[in-house]
Design a protein around this ligand. Structure first.
Ligand code: HEC
Ligand code: HEC
Length: 279
């Protein structure tokens, strides 16, 4: 099994001669004032890596530059739409978000701590918003990866931009974190590749035309140029698992919640970059 996986990996990776190349040395300052931590010591629980890097460090100069100024960042259109949405009445109670929340700025810091356990349940930002829409507004849930949901998550995320990711992995979170960790190292699909096969053992290498990063989620939702829209974390997980030719889990499944917590914890110490721009 191990041998087969290695062969699959070798077939995916391009020739060793052009494999060289870790992250670049650029530093990310947004709008010429907001300094991001794109490189820092790996959190204690992560033995396999010394240093963690934001995915931004693996992109081309051209893609990187789009994230350096909000006027160039194509995701900001969606953030603006979410501001309108924040003020729009929806649901049976005749309320908008702004009926109860004066300003989105009150959510500063929230994104850096998500997902987290609330009332015994591992809760993502999507869960928080939909639960809340049902209870506080009498409104229908938003689709997990739908435009309203991801735009609102981006808007809330922007309030925490530049703050270090710091998800809790102990106490009530521990069993979810263990589940996510196990998934991270599970080999999926015909190619028998785990998340770790690519993002822990081969980051810095090229896989087809893609410069492999450590698969961090501090920039999510991210704007993907290829898809011209905001991509949710779970959508990205699905895409990666599908690439191993495996059946995948559903967006919003308990499995992906646990995986999200574990992946987020691998980025503890990097700053929230939401919304990042990727190829
Ligand atoms: C009827 C009043 C009401 C409306 C309408 C409302 N909220 Fe809330 N919201 C609250 C209250 C009260 C809390 C704190 C208690 C809780 O978590 O339920 C809260 C909490 C939150 C939190 C979690 C904050 C934290 O730090 O844990 C988020 C995020 C949030 N609201 C976003 C929204 C968004 C986005 C909308 C519109 C789609 C919205 N709310 C509409 C009353 C409201
Ligand atoms: C066959 C190799 C492969 C496997 C296996 C794989 N990925 Fe990926 N992943 C990629 C490639 C290629 C990209 C795009 C380039 C990049 O950002 O690393 C990517 C991107 C990502 C990103 C976006 C990073 C960013 O900064 O935008 C995340 C998050 C991610 N992967 C998570 C995962 C998780 C979680 C798993 C396991 C369920 C996984 N990947 C399995 C190849 C893989």
């Amino acid at each position: 099994m191990k041998f087969k996986a290695l062969t699959a990996m070798a077939a995916l990776l391009v020739a060793p001669a052009v494999m060289a190349g870790g992250p670049d040395d650029d530093s990310l300052v947004i709008n010429e004032e907001l300094e991001m931590v794109t490189e820092t010591a790996a959190p204690d629980h992560l033995d396999a890596l010394d240093t963690i890097y934001s995915g931004w460090r693996f992109r081309t100069d051209e893609t990187q530059s789009l994230q350096m100024d909000d006027f160039d960042n194509p995701a900001m259109i969606f953030v603006d739409q979410a501001i309108d949405l924040f003020n729009t009445v929806d649901g049976s109670e005749g309320k908008s978000c702004s009926s109860c929340h004066e300003n989105v700025e009150e959510f500063k810091g929230l994104t850096a701590s998500m997902p987290k356990v609330i009332d015994g349940k591992l809760t993502t930002m999507e869960d928080l918003l939909n639960g809340h829409r049902a209870e506080a507004m009498g409104a229908d849930p938003w689709k997990w990866s739908g435009p309203e949901m991801q735009a609102m998550i981006a808007l809330i995320g922007v309030q925490s931009r530049g703050m270090p990711v710091n998800v809790a992995i102990d106490g009530e979170a521990a069993p979810f974190w263990e589940q996510g960790k196990e998934m991270y190292y599970t080999r999926f699909g015909q190619l028998e590749l785990s998340c770790a096969s690519c993002h822990e053992e081969n980051w810095g290498n090229y896989i087809r035309a893609d410069h492999l990063s450590q698969g961090q989620i501090n920039g999510f939702p991210t704007y993907r140029l290829k898809q011209a829209r905001l991509i949710s974390k779970h959508n990205r997980f699905r895409g990666c698992i599908r690439d191993t030719r495996a059946e995948t889990f559903a967006e919003g499944s308990d499995e992906f919640r646990a995986l999200e917590l574990y992946v987020a914890s691998r980025g503890n110490g990097l700053t929230v970059e939401t919304p990042a721009v990727r190829q």
